[in-house]
Design a protein around this ligand. Structure first.
Ligand code: HEM
Length: 512
């Protein structure tokens, strides 16, 4: 009995000390923040949709506040000027990433692109940027995106003939975005054939499990007392990860045998040339690009389709813009063509605004004590985890009026733009109150879904090209609706580092 009391007192003392430690001010000018609980800190306020929990806190504590993410002292920034100050002007002070135990093995002990510290990152980043911008690789990416788009449209066309509604977003769009990355990286792809059974299929299965695992997060990364539990919770993941690395190793060996140094066939070849065949490096950055690049693109495309299904009047307006610009007889819309489409680009921006694929970016970590803010009024200690609340910037009435409504028109900064009489125009209200130009400047200034500064997303161009080409060609050729005629598809998101819609069904009808 005495022993039980003893343990009980130890726990109470531990909780008490932890509570005091978390809530005592480190310095006078630390950012404001809510009370933090022992053990979990403020995790209870984040709920299952952390970007929304953090945005609720931003409405109360404003542009910069501190919380405890478990035991990790964390600063959340929902203020564009402070993000710019940290990511651009003071880049070196905030260039690192945190190092969760659960990411140690898949990032090769944090030596990859996405999770490395500034010193390693500078070298890795240089090689990746140099490889991605080689003419051969740019032209391979362009051809791959065109081919994969045509192939998916062909598949949808075939299926349209068989039945009026089929499938769900879940498989075909993910397969599409993964295929493009796998083709660019190592010239392999999946088909939509359920029976396909080869390296590519196994690779995708493993990528999905690794992504789901990382997306769910691991409490033992952030709550020190749970750290020993990682041994059990991380086991399955480590197995899956090893399997993935073995497949990448086979692909690497194939490439080494067939390599023509004067004529690299894909990014793997190019990286072998640039790094003198550094196998571990190549395996790790490939995984980086696949993990960071496939879900973000899939989520954007899925949400765009979902909003067009739920807003058929807007879908018709988009189709009209496509017809007015290209007539009804062109074979394929190229990326340069998509840039002419004001309404399409407004719908795309509005989709990304309301459902930013990476709502909290990728977490950063401070390398030294610093002061930030207009008058450097906020103190951020060394080793602080930092979230840039991209979602909060786009989804708070403090910055954007009627922020929960899907209103592409808010991006139509053109007085001559023909208005569809069925579209509600909520902007007019705001225009009367505010100078119109200022309003648009403010919107554009806020809108940086790929982040800013030297460590912003390296996949931005691929993402823009892939998403725009696919969506424009899709809506030029098909009308998409909900097979359940009277229903509206649920727009609520699921959080896995990225945000995605729940699986939904689509009905495709040929336009011509
Ligand atoms: C709609 C699509 C995408 C969005 C919205 C997006 C957004 C982001 C954001 C916000 C970051 C964090 C940057 C920071 O810390 O400041 C990031 C990092 C990253 N993204 Fe993307 N991304 C997208 C697509 C892609 C694609 C297609 C690829 C690969 C081909 C990619 C590869 C990466 C990598 C490797 C990083 C880590 C960069 C580093 O640490 O240096 N992303 N992305």
């Amino acid at each position: 009995m005495n022993f039980i009391y003893f343990i009980f007192y130890i726990i109470i003392i531990y909780f008490f000390i932890d509570f005091v430690k978390k809530n005592i001010k480190k310095k006078k000018n630390e950012p404001p923040g809510p009370l933090s609980l022992p053990l979990i800190g403020n995790l209870h306020q984040l709920t299952l949709l952390p970007h929304r929990g953090l945005t609720r806190l931003a409405d109360k504590y404003k542009g910069i506040y501190r919380i405890y993410f478990g035991d990790m002292y964390t600063v959340v920034v929902t203020d564009f000027d402070i993000i710019k100050q940290m990511w651009v002007n003071d880049f070196i002070k905030f260039a690192d990433r945190p190092k969760p135990r659960s990411c140690k093995s898949w990032s090769n002990n944090f030596q990859n692109l996405g999770l490395s510290d500034l010193e390693t990152w500078s070298k890795v980043h240089l090689i990746i940027v140099s490889s991605l911008t080689k003419t051969k690789i740019i032209s391979k990416s362009a051809t791959t995106i065109d081919e994969q788009t045509k192939s998916l449209l062909y598949y949808i066309n075939e299926k349209c003939n068989e039945t009026s509604s089929f499938g769900s977003n879940k498989k075909i769009i993910k397969t599409f975005s993964l295929n493009i990355l796998m083709e660019i990286l190592f010239s392999k792809k999946l088909t939509n054939n359920e029976n396909q059974n080869d390296d590519a299929t196994e690779f995708v299965k493993s990528v999905n499990s690794v992504f789901e695992y990382l997306g769910k997060g691991n409490l033992s990364d952030f709550i020190s007392i749970l750290r020993p539990l990682y041994y059990f919770s991380g086991k399955g993941f480590e197995r899956e990860f090893k399997y993935l690395m073995d497949i990448l190793e086979n692909i690497y060996n194939e490439h080494l045998v067939n390599l023509d140094t004067h004529n690299p066939n894909d990014l793997f070849d190019q990286l072998i040339i640039e790094t003198n065949g550094d196998k571990e490096f190549i395996k790790n950055v490939s995984l980086d690009l696949i993990l960071a690049g496939s879900d973000t693109i899939t989520c954007t495309i899925e949400y765009f389709i979902l909003f067009m299904i739920n807003n058929p009047v807007m879908q018709e307006r988009l189709y009209k813009e496509l017809l007015d610009t290209f007539g009804n007889n062109i074979k394929f819309i190229s990326y340069n063509d998509t840039l002419k489409l004001q309404y399409f680009n407004a719908c795309l921006k509005e989709t990304i605004r309301i459902k930013p694929p990476a709502p909290l970016g990728l977490f950063r970590y401070s390398r030294q004590d610093s002061y930030v803010g207009k008058n450097n009024e906020y103190f951020i200690p060394k080793n602080t985890m930092i979230f840039q609340n991209i979602f909060g910037l786009y989804n708070s009435e403090r910055f954007i009026k009627d922020c929960s409504l899907f209103l592409p028109d808010r991006w139509m900064n053109n007085k001559n733009e023909e208005k569809n009489e069925n579209d509600q125009d909520f902007n007019d209200d705001l225009m009367e109150k505010e100078n119109k130009d200022k309003y648009y400047q403010k919107l554009d200034k806020l809108f940086n879904p790929f982040s800013i500064g030297k460590r912003r997303c390296p996949g931005e161009q691929i993402a823009k090209v892939e998403i725009s080409i696919f969506l424009c060609n899709l809506f030029y050729n098909f009308k998409i609706s909900n097979p359940n005629e009277n229903g509206i598809i649920d727009e609520k998101e699921l959080f896995f580092i990225t945000i995605r819609p729940k699986p939904f069904s689509m009905k495709f009808t040929k336009r011509k």
